[in-house]
Write a protein that binds this ligand. Sequence first.
Ligand code: ATP
Ligand code: DGY
Length: 530
Amino acid sequence: MAPFLALSRFLHLQQPLRVGLASLYSRSMSSLDTRARAVFSAAVEGVQPDIVVRRGLERHGDKLLVGGQSFTLTNNLYLVGFGKAVLGMAAEAERIVGDHLIKGVVSVPHGIQNTLRNHGKEKMLLENHSRITVMEGAKHNLPDTDALKSAECIRELASGLTENDVLLVLISGGGSALLPAPAPPMSLQEKQDVTRKLAAAGATIQELNTVRRALSLLKGGGLAQCANPAKVVALILSDVIGDPLDLIASGPTVRSDSRPEEVWAILDRYKLSDSLPSSVKEVLSKARPHGSQVQEQPQEVKDHVLNVVIGSNTIALECASRKAIELGLRPVILSPGVCGDVRSVARLYGLLSSFACSPGKEPPPELAAEILQLGPQVGIESWDLCRTMNVLVEERKEGWGATCLLAGGEPTVQLTGKGRGGRNQELALRVGLELSGGEVKSGAVFLSGGTDGQDGPTEAAGAVTDGELIEEAASQGLDIDGFLTNNDSFTFFSQLSEGRRLLMPGLTGTNVMDVHVMLLPQSPQKLPII
Ligand SMILES: Nc1ncnc2c1ncn2[C@@H]1O[C@H](COP(=O)(O)OP(=O)(O)OP(=O)(O)O)[C@@H](O)[C@H]1O
Ligand SMILES: O=C(O)[C@H](O)CO
């Protein structure tokens, strides 16, 4: 019999023991909190830069094995990289390839070396005598003159290679801002204005990077073209849903096949076409004439490029799933592609919790219908929802104890207020409302965290909530709705119970979007509220 069910029955029989058992119940809930955090840590651990590089890059003597291909090393290896996780990737790559590496340049976020040092992450830093030059830039994730210089050094290095050389390209999220190379006559400022306006208007990363590719010398395959005739091997840590090679960091090693019409359609959609500077219009008009066929990348360039995704949200979820089993939970991976507004995503998790924990033999069919209806709004296929609901139904029958529902992706928040928060903390807050707002409190625990360790401009990665949230906030005089209206989730969680619900792993040095963990104990609502 499931422990919660047994406890519930026992409580009905033994009234005087209720108070003692209440603390037992709350201890088991807090153990769910601890387990949710451990599952999140395992997800992040599984996509650490050194681990993903070791998984993707093997060396046997003078042979470098990657993506099922073998490259002969004869002191002919060069390395470039750009992105938030690239420093740790470069450190590990250099350890693997040793003296075969002649020279490298990586473009990494401003201040990252100090931050990693202060967080005790020295293994992500390069050795003193490294052959790789580290260049920091792109303060606040915006391309700046420092990043422009780094991009220029990377372009120079790639352009000087010969057919005997191998260029190892390390790519991770944040790479677009760290590799700015505005196509002339456009200035960095002009390019940045276009992308900033698009982002502020709510453009998706797909739209944003489609435009970035059209305005850049290095994005959209430009870097691979520069390195021709050298062989190019790109190791990619994906931070985009679906791992689209041409969009991650705007695909510098993947020939872009988008047409000018697509770029103009995006600019029109966000009402930017008319206000573009003439230099930007000139670059776009030079791209390819309207109506022309997509230009095929020359075969020799294609043959010389190998793109391999070595880390992704899917891999993080698989690692989390293994940890869940170790912790005595039954895992089910819902999807690595959760997107859409946090309100809809929170509603979905609320419904899934009700589905898993509703009384009776079977969950009510209208719940399943509502869940399926919500799927398309949050990027989840009906098939994945049905598969997940099947597991939840099976567990009700088999009495497994607790299920660990896992998902990942990147939902969005519509910013209306001026508070401090991030999409993970706001999602956790909204899911907490779902879990604690119904007639019966849910026994589920929900965690949402950014795998980079930083949720929006805050020190937290996310937060953990459960069915106690409303009561807990009310007892401490905190008005949840007020905090939500002001997008002030970080302040809320900092003030609530001395911040104990915050998730604070510190900067992790990696980035595969967000991870959601929902632990669903079996039918906890059968417990009397004491
Ligand atoms: N006060 C806030 N409340 C909720 N969300 C916020 C708030 N301020 C910023 N955000 C959200 O945080 C996100 C930016 O945060 P973050 O820097 O973690 O982005 P990111 O997408 O993870 O970046 P990257 O993919 O480059 O790592 C945006 O989606 C923005 O809407
Ligand atoms: O750098 C970028 O373009 C984003 O992080 C997506 O990869």
